[in-house]
Design a protein. Sequence first.
Length: 280
Amino acid sequence: MNEAPETQVAPRKKPPFLLILITLLFVLVPFLFWRGTWFGRPLSEDETGRYLVDTEHPRKTQHALVQIAQRIEAGDPSVKRWYPQVQTLAKSQHVEIRSTAAWVMGQDNQAAEFHAALLEQLNDPEPLVRQNAALALVRFGDATGRAEIRRMLQPFAVGAPAAGTLAPRLRPDDPVNPGSLLGRIRQGDEQGTEVRSPLPGRVQQWLKREGEQVETGDAVVLLAPDEAQVWEALRALYLIGKADDLEDVELYARGAEGMPERIQEQARFTAEAIRQRTAK
């Protein structure tokens, strides 16, 4: 009998190395990014110490600060070893670190050194830092930052960082975050000086027209506060508000444009608490 010829099996091709590398990168890079930016990843004591002094990577410093806040809330007494570094970071050159440090210091309202540092932060040039410091002071039973908290309910006027002609980039009702590019101040044919938002919120109104000449410090645009900012301010004024805060609080109690129902409800609670407190 004739034997059937053997079936030839084509050799399986190995995936090219470049394809494997690209596939790994698609998986690995997002993971490393997530791992490096997620503040929930627990840090060792060694990592905490290194991150607190890593001035080249502010997010790492913020990560360490968030972990310190969580340990304070959990009642971990060993976290006090990092208090001097937190105080130092309250004077960091980075706005986001100073504002985070203010929030952290508000977690331990028994720390006299934090109380003193927060009072200093009320004079910070950046409104975001002043706001966090004022809110943190409320946890110490200190109403020194009440005027700053009240301003959190009001539109914020952004000043021109230089002289020149105004070139707006965003339009009214556009949302903004800290650092958002609002527009530019142009000088001649140059690209100009950037006008950036110091706070979250939305563009409420341009105070100067496009192409109009402005001087350094002139108010050029009003920013309406964002929901979280208003919420925290109303909760703070529930505790420390006075009669002259009622005008701003009641604006939200009547229902402010773009604000959800929970803001209106909290504003009513806050207004009632202020009335009861001032009636005594």
